[in-house]
Design a protein around this ligand. Sequence first.
Ligand SMILES: CC(C)(COP(=O)(O)OP(=O)(O)OC[C@H]1O[C@@H](n2cnc3c(N)ncnc32)[C@H](O)[C@@H]1OP(=O)(O)O)[C@@H](O)C(=O)NCCC(=O)NCCS
Length: 113
Amino acid sequence: MTVRGLGIDIVSVERITKAMQRPGFLDRILAPSEREQTLSPQRVAGRWAVKEAVAKALGTRPGWHDVIVVNDLSGAPEVHVAPHRLPPGCRVLVSISHERDMAVAVAQVVGPP
Ligand SMILES: CC(C)(COP(=O)(O)OP(=O)(O)OC[C@H]1O[C@@H](n2cnc3c(N)ncnc32)[C@H](O)[C@@H]1OP(=O)(O)O)[C@@H](O)C(=O)NCCC(=O)NCCS
């Protein structure tokens, strides 16, 4: 597998906290399955950061709902990217971290050379 793209994003939790008070914000940013989780502002900020990091890694702007974050049983995040947004044979790896005030995510597109 070859690294085909890399992206990073950092997000202010305060900014997301304010945005979460706007009607429709969460529906726009998060897919229905993502909205089923407990949504602390830190977690939402992490989701936002992942989606922006994936856009940077892909070099395109997928729709917000084309990049869906799930946590595996250990809590590690995985992204499901809509196949039509991915180069053939590629997948995307992500990592998220958040503190009280900031969230950060990195994304890496890997695939055939
Ligand atoms: C899993 C672990 C790494 C999470 O660390 P943390 O400081 O609580 O996590 P952060 O606050 O930085 O980030 C939280 C995000 O980490 C991600 N995460 C959670 N569990 C994870 C795991 N097992 N693997 C990878 N990422 C994980 C999630 O995306 C989470 O955000 P979300 O729940 O909103 O999706 C930590 O609990 C742990 O077990 N550390 C092992 C300690 C250790 O062995 N250290 C020595 C390393 S050499």
